[in-house]
Design a protein around this ligand. Structure first.
Ligand SMILES: [Zn+2]
Length: 442
């Protein structure tokens, strides 16, 4: 199951957590007594801290346990408290449906995906991820989901969404790859761009539809049919037109790129993040640093696809298993080398069902395995992830002025980062969604 709880840890916290009404309710004045606080800034943890909250915002962080008159006290004095986690690479409207993915693509509708996503958004929130950056889904579906969550209609993380990624005909993201060329769907060609003009028009159209950032596919991919992840498939002038138009509209650009040429060219053209980055080398890492570009290494999808390619290749598209077995072992080495070279890392799992929505925190152990310290891995999912989104003023740290997005675990994630896979307490915008390891409210 996506939401595993450690029963002992849950029991230890259950007695200590005070929650007001039966469901999430407006917070008013609240103070959290944190036994230990890792605030997301990278500073050393502090013991016995009070986090003061008014409505949906943190108003202060004070040493010692204080109890202002009229404030509800949430006792997390036996726990480690952190900012709500951020996953900068998910596909919340995509889930794994066992069996042939072509059959799935031909039989599921956007309505199926939209309804299923409401549960996956809730699972992601309950796992402690109070913010996600969705880097690829049917535009109208992810925008509608974002709006429903923001309006409080359904529980879920804050969302920054890219809508449908832009890519070339025959590239990663061309839904017709590998199919009978006479098949058609009204939206399959919406985001295929084969010129700078098409790139500009498509970016502006996505903005009109309500996206927050743009995703491009300059290299081939692993999950798609036929296209080669090692090759650059978008031309430089197309990449440049996307980046310039998106930036002119105040939007960031995330680039799916495996091969070195696609990585290096896209960074030099001013992209904000490289997703996957599999075949980067020392020259690439110099470019990352020179341009301040983030790497989003997506280790979890790599591990899960690799396992699946070995055990159930029939569940993958034709050519995917072979591509996964060739590509994935390189991902761990790339992250190790990029981190050692000082490249900025933001946390992203590429959750689309290879790992379940709500299992996002399994990425932490893989980041540590590649050479990051637990504190660096936590920063990747807090301040760094917020910085890549472009909103450190609101999310990513437990500091005055930020949203009251706060989680707690029963243990020390700096000693064992996997305790983050068992989040016991989740508050988003001052509302408690999970306490004592159990969901609160509907
Ligand atoms: Zn992805």
């Amino acid at each position: 199951m996506a939401l595993r709880t450690t029963m002992m840890a849950a029991a230890a916290l259950a007695a200590l957590v005070v929650v007001g009404a039966a469901g999430p309710a407006a917070a008013g004045d609240v103070v959290i007594h944190a036994g230990r606080l890792i605030d997301g800034t990278g500073k050393a943890p502090r013991a016995q801290v009070s986090i003061l909250i008014h409505d949906d915002r943190i108003t202060g962080v004070q040493a010692g346990y204080v109890a202002p008159a009229g404030a509800e006290v949430i006792d997390l004095s036996n726990a480690t408290v952190l900012p709500g986690l951020i996953d900068d690479h998910v596909h919340i409207t995509m889930a794994f449906h066992k069996g042939d993915p072509i059959h799935t693509a031909m039989t599921r509708t956007n309505y199926d995906d939209a309804i299923e996503a409401t549960g996956d958004a809730r699972n992601t929130l309950l796992a402690g991820f109070t913010t996600i950056r969705d880097v690829g889904g049917e535009t109208e579906v992810v925008v509608a989901l974002k709006r429903a969550i923001a309006a409080g209609v359904i529980p879920g993380p804050r969302m920054w969404v890219a809508g449908t990624p832009l890519g070339p005909t025959g590239g990663h993201g061309d839904a017709a790859n590998g199919l009978d060329p006479e098949l058609n769907h009204p939206h399959w060609t919406d985001n295929l761009i084969d010129s700078p003009e098409a790139a500009r028009r498509t970016v502006r159209t996505l903005r009109r539809k309500g996206v927050d950032l743009i995703k491009i596919m300059p290299s081939g991919g692993v999950m798609s049919i036929g296209d080669d992840p090692r090759l650059q498939l978008m031309e430089d002038d197309e990449i440049k037109a996307v980046i310039e138009t998106a930036h002119s509209l105040g939007m960031r650009v995330a680039a799916h790129a495996h091969g070195k040429q696609a990585i290096d060219h896209t960074i030099a053209l001013g992209v904000d993040s490289i997703e996957h980055g599999t075949y980067g080398d020392a020259e690439s890492y110099k470019l990352f640093k020179a341009h301040g570009t983030y790497l989003v290494p997506t280790m979890l999808v790599g591990e899960k696809v690799y396992e699946h390619a070995k055990t159930h290749p029939e569940d993958l598209n034709p050519s995917t298993a072979q591509k996964a077995i060739e590509t994935v072992p390189r991902m761990l080495q790339n992250l190790h080398d990029a981190h050692a070279a000082g490249v900025k890392i933001a946390f992203g799992t590429d959750t689309f069902g290879m790992s379940n929505h709500g299992e996002n925190a399994q990425e932490f152990a893989l980041l540590v395995k590649a050479g990051m310290s637990p504190m660096e891995a936590i920063e990747a999912a807090t301040w760094n992830a917020a910085d890549l989104i472009g909103d450190t003023a609101d999310i990513g740290t437990v500091q005055a002025g930020r949203y009251a997005d706060v989680i707690a675990v029963a243990g020390d994630p700096l000693a064992d980062v996997t305790v983050l896979e068992h989040v016991q307490f989740v508050m988003k915008g001052g509302k408690v969604y999970k306490a004592g390891g159990r969901a609160v409210g509907p």
